[in-house]
Design a protein. Structure first.
Length: 133
């Protein structure tokens, strides 16, 4: 793992949260996009070398909608950049860490992604990210 790629924050109202974080960071988001496969809309801010991702559900079946039904808004996941996502997935699986997806998926911000099961990671939802070429 190379670095923290981003920290994901689950929000109910993306526009409201974007205004709050624009004020906190003193700058606007650099990107907003919808990830149809995950039923979310995301907004990204650059903070130093890392990014903050605001994530909101686009429908009630979204994993974020289900998360927010049980939890309050706040930190949802931490993502780590990797050079070879498939190699990391294989390595972690051999170590007994369950994956929430067996093959890399296309995520926001031009990334291949895979989530690790939080029951195997001390309750923290961890995302692996590899930039697409």
């Amino acid at each position: 793992m190379k670095k923290i790629e981003h920290i994901g924050i689950a929000v109910r109202d993306l526009q409201k949260a974007e205004k709050i974080f624009s004020t906190i960071f003193g700058k606007n988001a650099y990107k907003t996009e919808e990830v149809i496969s995950e039923s979310v809309k995301t907004t990204f801010f650059k903070v130093g070398e890392s990014k903050i991702e605001l994530v909101a559900a686009t429908n009630t079946q979204s994993p974020i909608a289900k998360y927010l039904d049980k939890n309050r808004e706040g930190m949802h996941h931490i993502a780590f950049a990797v050079d070879d996502i498939e190699k990391e997935m294989t390595r972690l699986k051999k170590e007994g860490i369950r994956l929430l997806n067996e093959t890399p998926k296309t995520g926001a911000d031009n990334q291949l992604i895979c989530f690790l099961h939080p029951k195997d990671t001390s309750g923290v939802l961890i995302e692996l990210c590899q930039g697409k070429a």
